[in-house]
Design a protein. Structure first.
Ligand code: SAM
Ligand code: ZN
Ligand code: ZN
Ligand code: ZN
Ligand code: ZN
Ligand code: ZN
Ligand code: ZN
Ligand code: ZN
Ligand code: ZN
Length: 491
């Protein structure tokens, strides 16, 4: 425990492979040593039990030739194609699916006897073949695949949003249920599924599915499927393609972002004149907002609460749920005012923010925003000069609103990010970096950041806003934000 792992952002083409395609280069720093240790590790599994690959960086080139995974995958792909074609030609009553072996077979197969004591589903209709997620056992390993499927209501809402946006093609990355839904229920929206779950090879041809790893942008069956996928991306008739990504929530956001960007580049290359920006919906919990924004600053969070059927904490179901509904949201580069949310579920349009917001999200005239993120109605704190969760209490010593119970000022301040210099470990009033600058310029550090019960900004001395939102920041702190990275006079 205590070790930190960072993915080194570099092209994975020359990295050694594990069974999940090219590995990622990680830098591990442990508490006892300053120098990071570099090693190649699996992109898809976070548990070494499942994929134990761990190759020191120096040995990478030796190892890469040891196992030829791509050959194995290719053979596997061919065998599943044969099975699929055979099953399509088999009568429904003879079709079987073995949950233990993860495979379709026919009662008439010579090898059918091998499944005798297995968990087998009998008689799969043509409709059944189109909706495998209705009977496949969800892979529910939190650390790898974490298959949670959308509720029908959520699927209907996505479908409605796509229609309003004029989307005619959707790439479902890690969204097999959405793929099925669009195929069956949407006239005129085509869908292509990218998923690491190879069970779908038994159900879908290359024209609608590729066995794919979203953390290294790897097509397991090589050009055979990648070329088909690229054909799908070609937008000759202004079909408005959208990339929809629903990753396992424990995943790392940087490698996923790399893949999204690579697909966007491919999209741009294939369609240079028609549509240059690829619209993206990235489904992720609201509390991961910083991760998304750090790697893709153009993404905004939409208030819609995404519901799952087989996950208690990610649903709004009154019986099982968290009190404030599902914490999962859509992050997108589509302007939020274009994403119309269902009034029947209480969503409303805020004409001041120019976007659709949740029922409980109340517009704050001080913040000029509908500030709620977590499904509760936030309230404005004059001392923080920002909106806060309703149960929070203001601590004058920390200068922040926070949970009332168990609050220790020392502990809280050690983890606090200063709203002036943005560094960790102190509050604005104790910002020595800022005091130093003031001293040098001969200006005075205002003693208090409160005046007449309201926040007084310690950067510009004006009452009514906090340092984070100070309109003078750029000028006085020479602050520049570029691709999500902030630099200023304190660096
Ligand atoms: C949270 S589920 C999303 C399912 C979606 N909610 C639906 O109803 O269609 C995550 C999906 O991502 C897939 N997945 C997990 N790891 C992946 C990877 N490395 N590359 C591609 N797909 C992956 C899983 O197989 C699963 O289908
Ligand atoms: Zn692996
Ligand atoms: Zn079996
Ligand atoms: Zn508003
Ligand atoms: Zn407010
Ligand atoms: Zn406060
Ligand atoms: Zn405190
Ligand atoms: Zn500071
Ligand atoms: Zn100010």
């Amino acid at each position: 425990m205590g070790d930190k792992y960072k993915v080194v952002p570099e092209d994975v083409v020359n990295h050694p492979h594990c069974q999940h395609g090219p590995t990622l280069l990680f830098a591990r720093t442990s508490r006892n040593s300053q120098d990071p240790e570099f090693f190649y590790g699996c992109s898809a599994c976070r548990s070494r039990k499942e994929c134990p690959v761990w190759i020191p960086k120096d040995e990478g080139s030796l190892q890469s030739r040891k196992t030829n995974w791509s050959e194995k995958h290719f053979k596997f792909g061919l065998s599943r194609r044969t099975v699929r074609e055979k099953i399509l030609a088999t009568k429904a009553k003879h079709r079987r699916y073995c949950h233990d072996c993860d495979s379709l077979f026919s009662k008439k197969d010579k090898s059918a006897r091998t499944h005798i004591d297995h968990d087998v589903l009998v008689g799969i209709t043509d409709e059944g073949l189109k909706e495998p997620t209705k009977f496949l056992r969800p892979k529910d390993d939190e650390k790898t695949q974490a298959q949670y499927f959308f509720t029908d209501e959520t699927l209907r809402t996505f479908h409605r949003i796509f229609r309003k946006l004029g989307i005619r093609k959707v790439v479902c990355m890690g969204a097999p249920r959405l793929h099925e839904y669009l195929k069956i229920h949407s006239n005129g929206i085509q869908s292509y599924l990218l998923d690491i779950d190879k069970r779908f090879l038994d159900f879908y041809g290359d024209d609608e599915f590729a066995w794919y790893n979203m953390f290294n942008n790897y097509f397991f069956l090589g050009n055979r499927q990648q070329d088909e996928f690229e054909k799908f991306l070609v937008d000759t008739l202004n079909e408005n393609v959208l990339l929809f990504v629903d990753p396992p929530f424990g995943c790392r956001s940087e490698p996923l972002t790399q893949s999204i960007k690579e697909i966007s580049r491919t999209f741009g290359r294939l369609n240079n004149a028609n549509q240059s920006l690829l619209p993206v919906f990235w489904i992720f919990p609201y509390y991961m907002e910083n991760y998304v924004k750090n790697s893709m600053p153009e993404m905004e969070m939409c208030d819609y609460k995404v519901d799952y059927m087989n996950h208690n904490s990610y649903s709004s179901d009154k019986e099982t749920s968290r009190k404030f509904g599902s914490p999962v949201r859509i992050f997108t580069n589509v302007p939020l005012k274009q994403i119309e949310l269902p009034e029947s579920e209480g969503y409303k349009y805020c004409s001041l923010c120019k976007r659709w917001v949740a029922a409980e999200n109340q517009h704050c005239t001080y913040c000029r925003d509908c500030p709620s993120k977590n499904g509760q109605s936030y309230r404005h704190c004059q001392l923080c000069a920002t909106c806060v969760k309703p149960n929070y209490v203001h601590c004058r010593s920390c200068g922040r609103c926070t949970q009332a119970s168990g609050h220790s000022c020392a502990e809280y301040q050690a983890a606090l990010n200063c709203w002036i210099c943005r560094k960790r470990g102190h509050s604005e009033r104790k910002c020595t970096a800022w005091t130093e600058i003031l001293k040098r310029t001969g200006a005075k550090h205002g003693a208090s950041n409160v005046r007449k019960g309201k926040r007084r900004c310690l950067i510009c001395s004006v009452v009514g806003h906090n340092e984070k939102r100070c309109p003078q920041r750029e000028r006085l702190l020479k602050e520049v934000t570029f691709l999500g990275q902030v630099s200023n006079i304190f660096d």
